[in-house]
Ligand binder design. Structure first.
Ligand code: ADP
Length: 212
């Protein structure tokens, strides 16, 4: 059987990054976060980063063509199955991706991580991430490691877009544009709904039991 493709859907701070990396490690699949890559492009002031900037600043989704070109250049370098965090996020992106996958679309599983809004708001003010690698954690973990990434030693910080107003706009975008993506996958029986509350390990074992 061809390698599976896992796409992670969920509101901001629902744990897509944490669960995505755990899944990628377990299934030995390459992992990609479109949001993180966009923030890197922005930091590097690349053409894509500059184009994405006005959207990221206000918590809106970037145009489909932009994210597709970013993803396609990554997919070309990584053959086989993938764990995708934050893609697809709109119905046109899902349709494009299915066309790209062809018959491999049968091996796609979409995971929708669900958690209540107040829990997500609490998490977002608490989360820290590495500026160098894909590590994500909490304020307490960052303090314990002296502000350095436990995985690569890079500097830890808070995401620029994690202030409340931006976060609420991203949540609105999720409800309007990404919940229809969940329905799209549900129609073809490829959606798994997973409760995203609790410790990361608890969510992960829930997720694994849904996948098996
Ligand atoms: P979160 O899920 O917390 O919003 P991400 O890091 O996944 O964080 O995404 C950050 C931002 O990157 C999104 O709010 C959006 O502007 C942009 N983005 C990421 N992936 C996509 C996508 N597939 N389509 C459009 N915009 C995207």
């Amino acid at each position: 059987m061809a390698a599976p493709t896992i796409v992670l859907l969920g509101p901001p701070a629902s744990g897509k990054g944490t669960q995505g990396r755990l899944l990628a490690d377990t299934l030995k699949l390459p992992y990609f976060s479109t949001g993180r890559q966009l923030r890197r492009e922005l930091k590097a002031r690349s053409a894509i980063g500059r184009e994405a900037e006005p959207y990221l600043e206000v918590g809106r989704y970037v145009p489909d063509e932009l994210v597709l070109s970013l993803l396609m250049s990554w997919l070309e370098k990584h053959k086989g199955g993938w764990v995708l965090d934050g893609f697809p996020r709109t119905v046109p992106q899902s349709e494009d991706f299915d066309r790209f996958l062809g018959s491999r679309r049968q091996n796609l599983r979409a995971i929708l991580l669900e958690a209540p809004a107040d829990e997500l708001e609490r998490r977002v003010s608490d989360r820290r991430e590495c500026t160098m690698c894909s590590w994500t954690g909490t304020r307490t973990q960052a303090r314990r490691s002296g502000g350095r990434c436990p995985s690569c030693g890079g500097e830890l910080g808070q995401r620029d877009d994690d202030e409340l107003e931006n976060f609420r706009q991203r949540r609105k975008e999720f409800e309007e544009l990404t919940l229809p993506v969940a329905s799209y996958y549900e129609q073809s029986d490829r959606l798994l709904r997973v409760c995203g509350t609790g410790r990361p390990e608890e969510v992960f074992s829930r997720l694994q039991s849904h996948l098996s």
